[in-house]
Design a protein around this ligand. Sequence first.
Ligand SMILES: C[S@@+](CC[C@H](N)C(=O)[O-])C[C@H]1O[C@@H](n2cnc3c(N)ncnc32)[C@H](O)[C@@H]1O
Length: 293
Amino acid sequence: MINGADPLAYFVFDKEHNHNLLAVKELAQRCGYTVISSDLVASYPNAIKIIFDNGQWRVHLDNSSAVVSVDFSDPRFYARVNSSALQGEYVVRAVLGRKKTTQPLTVLDATAGFGHDAFLLAAAGCQVTLVEQMPLLAYLLEQAVQRARNSTSDLLLSTAQRMKVESANSVILMQQWSASRPDVVYLDPMYAQAENETKRGLKKSAAVKKNMAFLQRLTSHKVMTLPAAQLEHDQNCHDVLNSEGEGMIEAALALAKSKVVVKRAPGAEWLGGFKPASSLTGKATRFDIYPVS
Ligand SMILES: C[S@@+](CC[C@H](N)C(=O)[O-])C[C@H]1O[C@@H](n2cnc3c(N)ncnc32)[C@H](O)[C@@H]1O
């Protein structure tokens, strides 16, 4: 045991390689979590289990058998990428638009989440920077991109080569941006609306529910464990689930060279009240498009 004093501590252990405590400690330190040993887990009902299993970290949500991981080779997701239907994906249509460019578009995905939209965009030829504020999720993304780069599938490999992950608050990152500006900024701060959709009786898939539960667990842990001063600083983590990513669209509109694309639930209000020039609406999602030039 490294430290078991905090009842809200995260529980990080390595099923296959219990001797690999160094890797566990490094991951915990990077994410700002405490490590406790498996024999103490019963005393820590709020702990999250992170298990290194079959070559990758998987997060086990408590009180359920749900396991969360980031894996671009998952057959259901891979089938979407490895298909002629890729160009018809709403996110691809919204970001690429009709204009044909000779240079690949550079895209900043400022709310990377589980990286699915970013991967679809990279598979369609974009150079994508993924920014995720939750350190654990950013780490899972990085690992997934790395595994894809080592894959025997040319498609996974070449797509992952167009992806770069950053663990940061994208609003701050966009406000302090000094590199060359991305063509497109893509935003999907959507889970708060997903909650509302459920209240309105609209169904979410089991996978989306599981991923939401995961983000909620990470967010509430973070909020409960942080000292007050840091809490105020990190309040926007909490806002992601409870409000609408304050300042995000303003920062995105100031940074993007060509356009900002925002993913919303159909029927949801415009992000920050900003009216888009156009929208692409599917059954489950709407993509609001804001040209900036
Ligand atoms: C709905 S999920 C995005 C899902 C993603 N489009 C996908 O395809 O998997 C929203 C994500 O944005 C992240 N997020 C929200 N605000 C952020 C910010 N200011 N900086 C970085 N990440 C942020 C949240 O932590 C969450 O993981």
